[in-house]
Ligand binder design. Sequence first.
Ligand SMILES: Nc1ncnc2c1ncn2[C@@H]1O[C@H](COP(=O)(O)OP(=O)(O)OP(=O)(O)O)[C@@H](O)[C@H]1O
Length: 715
Amino acid sequence: MAKEIKGVLWKPVEFEGPILNKDLEGLVGFEECIDYNLTRIPSKKPNKRKLEKGKEDSVTIKKKKNKVKVIKVSDDNNFMLSKRGSTNNVLTSTSNPINSNLNESKLIEWSSFGIPQSILKALAEQGFQKPTKIQELTLPSAILGRRDILGAAETGSGKTLAFGIPIVTGIIKLKEKLKSRIDHRKEINVDNKIGDYDLQNNYKRKKFNYSEKPLYALILTPTRELAVQVKNHLVSAAKYADIQVAVVLGGMAAVKQERILSKGPEIVVATPGRLWELIQEGNPHLSQVDAIRFLAIDETDRMLEKGHFRELHDLLERINFDEDKRKKRQNFVFSATLTLTHELPSYLAVKKKMNLKNSKKILNMTSEQKLQKIIEILGVTDPKIVDVTLTKCTAESLSECRISCNIDEKDFYVYYFLQKHPGRTLIFCNSIGCVKRLTTLLGLLSCNPLALHASMQQRQRLKNLERFRDNEFAILIATDVAARGLDIPSVQHVLHYQTPRTTESYVHRSGRTARASKEGITILLVEPSELQNYLKLCRTLGKPEDLPVFPVQTNLLNAVKHRVNLARQLDKLELVVRKNKNQSGWLQKAAESMDILIEDNEASQQERKEAEKCKKIAEVKRKALASMLAKPLFPKGFTGKYPLSDETVNPLLKPLDTKAETAIDALKKSLENSQVLRRKAKWLFKRKVSNVTINLQEKLNVMRKKQNKKSKNNM
Ligand SMILES: Nc1ncnc2c1ncn2[C@@H]1O[C@H](COP(=O)(O)OP(=O)(O)OP(=O)(O)O)[C@@H](O)[C@H]1O
């Protein structure tokens, strides 16, 4: 039975789809808007230009008058959700239907989430035919139930849109509400004979006063690069929704950021430091930060780590101050390691063992306790918790392995890997110094590596990231600044030059590959002093066995060592030359500025002579390295068979190969081989055992026969 509410005709919808199985608190059912009183639409003449752009917008509907049933649930996904005992509490997405050429059957899997047509169109354009698991499990509660969400899912599983879509949807709804309120006021004012001219002028004035444009949503990320990326994802999702998204981050010119914010973007994506700075400076648009309706904190566990992002705590204090406003806000908390817990650090474990009296106080934090702590810090109310992380924590499609070597051999293995398995590769180091050293070394070896670390200029950081994205064989050497969230398509390999200090770091670094169900490989380079850390990592990730060893053709390593050693020598020599040059340059400048002459003393003469000598040797070494690099490192035509380490074949005498074997294939093949070997060893062992048993049996038989004979003779 259809019923009329304020001139709109609603009919209950019989629904058998999966939506009714979802956990939607307070959901009673759906109603379809089958008709509405078109006299309520303002009698403004249709804007011709608007009509041409979107022929199915509200103005066209008005033209069609009552002939059409305006909104159909099945066609446009515009739902009305009624909550028990309340007709005011109606949440309805009445966004203007867009006449898109969507193939609806393709988007059927999104249809039960209440996503406006404008977003669906953008999703279709990006080829996102169905939601990922985390999206499927969070979107209904977030959009239809307006619940706070705490979401944990593997890296590269689409968490950004899991909070991005509900935020954009929510803003569309809020803007529509605001618009209809303004329209309503206009109507009243027309009735009260207030001139249309005055009203429009008032409205226009409001429009141009940016401080009065609402700031609806704030999204916080731990790194600048991630902020830019999240902004881009949201811009794509809101392409047809007339919603502005801006990014605020450190390293950007303050004037530029002021200009961006002066346009009154509805969504601001930011890193906490710069955002807090601008808020304190009294930026007018950001002064509304207490009243935001949506807050998303990406990589939450990192953001709330002790000693990090002090500004985030200040910000939370401010936006949680007003209880009413806090309650109106919807919160999104996401990370791949949100529920990851650790064993006690060894010093605490010892303390626990020793100090029996107070030992009860030292306890491991469970996933639930970790989440509870986050809930308390953020001021989240009644959240829906969705944890779809696997027990192994890393992505399903990720192959994990290791190379054990000495500290000074790491360079050899890295260079070997890059030459043997070319492809987009991300190398992680634990410090900026290490990134710089490795970048210089691989640069001398003509690998053209790119660097990314916190002490680089922001423009250069983004430029290097762009270059890395653009070249399928690019190599990026980075600190953990690139570990979280970065979504670079088709990163084939992740190398951990040093074992990461935390398990979270390992999970996120490795998560830069094997994204969106693609295959990828991550390789840990472990030297003896890192063994402890490595074993702890395996335990935290619940790995019962050691990681498999990545296969390396040891017979090819000699040629690699020659090159790397030469490059290392050259690097050292160049460092001496550079140092001397910088020092004398600095002295010269200082002397010139003071208008004095410097006389060379013996020590500085000695240093200069040393530097000149180094320069000459470096020249010779550079030429030697260049001629070495001009020749192929590996023999082409290599069979892919992994010779045993004692097989000493001169690699340069082997036939030439044209196709490089992928690292994943190499690992798979090596694992297969080792499985075959293990099976063979088992079989041999069994045979040996059974042979021994047969021999024993035979001996026993012979003995018995002898005994029988003896006893017969005795008789
Ligand atoms: N429904 C979908 N269908 C196909 N691809 C999708 C879908 N949703 C998101 N993606 C794509 O998947 C990739 C990974 O998404 P995203 O960066 O949001 O992952 P994430 O879970 O946040 O990863 P991380 O934990 O590393 O931050 C992106 O390229 C994104 O465009």
